[in-house]
Design a protein around this ligand. Structure first.
Ligand SMILES: Cc1ncc(COP(=O)(O)O)c(C=O)c1O
Length: 388
């Protein structure tokens, strides 16, 4: 295996989820959000860990992700993006919950399922203010009524998504919550019961209601309904710097490599493409085999640092496809083979996804998702060492 690797600490994912469960209470189900290869951490290992920690539902973005996950889990899997004519079969064959965003979608799925003599599980998506997928609240109750009359689909859930639950000003989030509460009340008036103790979760008439992402789990306890959907918190980051930290989490992800060459450059020598960096004096420079093809984006050029032997050193010159150069100045201790931390802890220092995100004007979500499939994931604290 190549030296460049992402280390994923499964015990962090386990305890982060346990912390979420203790915040929301045992009666509220936890849906583990494992879309995008579990935010870059690795779908299968993360899903197995989430089951151990008490998650009882999974959420993915794509039907393909649901199909891949189905090989490993028997629990319900909700696909957040709606089905297309091309992938209806996956929902029926692999028992995936389809997100219903329009009547056309649900009619197509109903017709397909009935054609193959099966029933499909569906969840109705309500757009209470995210401005993305789903029925507006004024159309949702009507859709609910129509969907319940279809023969080959079972309505197992109704859900919505927050646009601003991670902002300190909760005014809009509370408006969305109020709007969803009205929808839930109207559906309950029509006989939707929510989960019934001891009753099969697929039973008609008892769809579950859910809305809360990480920001809402932290700061809007009134939004938990029957289930919560933590994503970024599972992986150890808060969704923004504006939320409370009412659940303690720690990062699970580290990005590391090892030095492949160290050279001493004469003063005034240029380093890397475009000659953006010149040594000011005699400088030792280390070459590290990671680059933008690994998702260590070229936008970090001139902006970031790495950790070696518990000390911080700047990345100098342009980030290339497969390598970066690190300025060691006149440090003579550091050698070929030394470990380099690009993201994560080393000794007393840490480079967090927030650090890299702020250097390139993005958020930790994107930093975690952008580490490419070329970087092998190495799992720490697997099975045996996970404890409460
Ligand atoms: C529908 C849905 N629910 C929950 C989440 C999890 O959000 P977060 O990572 O902010 O907890 C996402 C991710 O964006 C999502 O798309």
């Amino acid at each position: 295996m190549r030296a460049t690797r992402a280390e994923v600490d499964l015990s962090a994912i386990y305890t982060n989820t346990k912390q979420v469960i203790s915040k929301v209470g045992q009666k509220v189900r936890v849906l583990g959000v494992v879309k995008a290869n579990a935010y870059g951490h690795g779908l299968v290992q993360v899903a197995k860990t989430l089951i151990k920690s008490g998650a009882t539902y999974f959420g993915v973005a794509l039907a393909e992700e649901g199909v891949a996950l189905r090989q490993y889990v028997d629990l319900p899997i909700l696909v957040f993006s709606p089905p297309t004519d091309e992938n209806l079969e996956s929902y029926v064959r692999f028992d995936l919950d389809a997100t219903i965003n329009s009547m056309e979608t649900v009619y197509a799925l109903d017709a397909f399922a009935s054609g193959v003599g099966k029933k499909a599980r569906v969840q109705l998506k309500v757009d209470t203010g995210m401005g993305r997928l789903g029925f507006f609240p004024r159309n949702a109750v009507e859709a609910f009524r129509a969907i319940r009359n279809l023969k080959a689909v079972t309505l197992v859930g109704v859900y919505s998504h927050f646009a601003t639950s991670d902002e300190s000003n909760k005014e809009f989030a509370k408006r969305q919550l109020g709007s969803f509460k009205n929808v839930v009340a109207a559906m309950k008036d029509l006989g939707a019961m929510g989960p019934v103790e001891g009753q099969n979760e697929n039973a008609a008439g008892s769809p579950i209601f859910h809305m809360a992402n990480s920001g809402a789990i932290l700061d809007l306890p009134g939004s938990y309904f029957d289930m919560v959907r933590p994503g970024i918190m599972t992986y150890g980051y808060y969704p923004s710097l504006e939320t409370s930290q009412s659940v303690q989490v720690r990062p699970a992800f580290a990005l590391r490599s090892n030095i492949v060459q160290v050279k001493t450059f004469q003063p005034g020598t240029s380093v890397s493409y475009g000659r953006k960096y010149f040594t000011k004096k005699s400088e030792r420079i280390a070459v590290v085999p990671i680059g933008y093809a690994d998702g260590y984006t070229r936008l970090l050029t001139g902006r970031t640092s790495v950790l070696i032997r518990g000390r911080k050193f700047p990345v100098v010159g342009t980030v290339t496809m497969d390598h970066i150069m690190v300025g060691l100045a006149d440090d003579f201790e550091i050698q070929v083979g030394d470990e380099v931390t690009l993201l994560g802890r080393n000794g007393d220092l840490e480079i967090s996804a927030w650090d890299l995100a702020s250097q390139i004007g993005t958020i930790p979500y994107e930093i975690l998702c952008m580490i490419s499939g070329r970087v092998p994931r190495v799992y720490l604290n697997t099975d045996s060492s996970i404890t409460d």
